[in-house]
Ligand binder design. Structure first.
Ligand code: FBP
Length: 329
């Protein structure tokens, strides 16, 4: 049996695919690999030690921060800053971006990274999402907010780490999507899911139906459509409440993830920059689609770091159908 390629080998082998191939992006992906192993270690022992549960701190969105969120945020920030490979870092857990000046005067870094470190509540699969852009401003100055407020189509790489029954790192640099599974005994990620693609059609819909009464009519009608007993329906309803986990399952099995606006939250809940753009990039690279209900998510112009957007993502046909339900209603 041919041994599987490791993530490190894969990154180096594919380094020449990048437009500006200096090894900088490869080093950055390696830092993400390192941080994800640290978080994986913590997530796995979380049930055993007093780490699951809330800290007493409230983050900028007035949500109580979970302890593992804090750990994961710190792990990614530290890995990226200590290795001197990024010029800017932004996290869903922090109100403002951080400008990072290189400690090496000959080394002006060119990438900014946005991270949603972890969403967690109880002992279910959770994930980290990351999104990487090339800075727009000159690399002789500190980064500014406009380096982060780029459309999703400008991403140079994006991915997630899923801490599930096994831990996987899935990412794209715009040349397809590849998934790597962690061998915990060796601490090495191996290429287990090369060139991931959505199945041709899907029959899973993932939405928090507890919000049903607050959904727009188009969404209510779409849910009823999914439940009808006709033409291969009813679809299966599956919702973990962790975007990475729900997206990953739908990518493997075929389906759609929906987080619509509600009567209380007119832009839904998910963040354009930390969650929707990176997942949209992966979805499109895997032959799927991601929409805010009227347009491609990756073409939405970001106005602020923590901007929220409605989000519909999965098999192309299913996303088109939800758009038509929204148009008609
Ligand atoms: P945060 O923005 O608070 O991290 O929440 C994101 C998220 O947990 C997603 O991962 C998940 O799909 C969604 O919220 C679940 O929200 P809800 O509990 O409203 O269904």
């Amino acid at each position: 049996m041919t041994p599987k390629k490791t993530l490190g080998e894969f990154i180096i082998d594919n380094q020449n695919q990048f437009e500006y191939s200096t090894g900088e992006l490869s080093r950055l992906l390696n830092a993400i690999r390192l941080a994800s192993k640290a978080v994986n270690h913590e997530v796995n022992k979380a049930g055993l030690v007093d780490i699951i549960g809330a800290t007493n701190q409230i983050n900028h969105s007035d949500e109580t921060q979970q302890k593992l969120d804090v750990f994961a945020n710190h792990a990614f920030k530290r890995a990226l800053i200590n290795r001197d490979i990024v010029c800017g870092f932004a996290s869903e857990e922090e109100e403002n971006f951080i400008s990072i000046s290189s400690t090496n005067s000959n080394n002006n870094n060119n990438y900014v990274v946005l991270v949603d470190p972890l969403d967690i509540d109880t002992n279910v699969s959770v994930g980290t999402i990351f999104s990487i852009y090339r800075r727009l401003s000159s690399n002789t100055n500190a980064v500014s907010v406009s380096d982060f407020l780029q459309k999703g189509i400008q991403q140079v790489a994006a991915g997630y780490v899923l801490y599930g029954t096994s831990t996987m790192l899935v990412y794209t640099t715009g040349h397809g999507v590849n998934g790597f599974t962690l061998n915990p005994a060796l601490g090495t990620f191996y290429l287990s899911h090369p060139n991931l693609k959505f199945p041709k059609s899907g029959n899973i819909y993932s939405i928090n139906e507890g919000n049903y009464v607050h959904f727009p009519d188009g969404i209510k009608k779409y849910i009823k459509y999914c439940q009808e007993n006709i033409d291969g329906r009813p679809y299966t309803s599956r919702y973990i409440g962790s975007l990475v986990s729900d997206f990953h399952r739908n990518l493997i099995k075929g389906g759609i993830y929906l987080y619509p606006p509600t009567s209380q939250h007119s832009n839904g809940k998910l963040r354009l920059l930390y969650e929707c753009n990176p997942i949209a990039f992966l979805a499109e690279q895997a032959g799927g689609s991601a929409s805010n209900g009227t347009k491609r998510v990756m073409e939405v112009e970001p106005k602020e770091l923590h901007q929220r957007t409605p989000f519909y993502c999965g098999n192309i046909g299913m996303v088109q159908r939800i758009e038509s339900f929204l148009r008609e209603n």
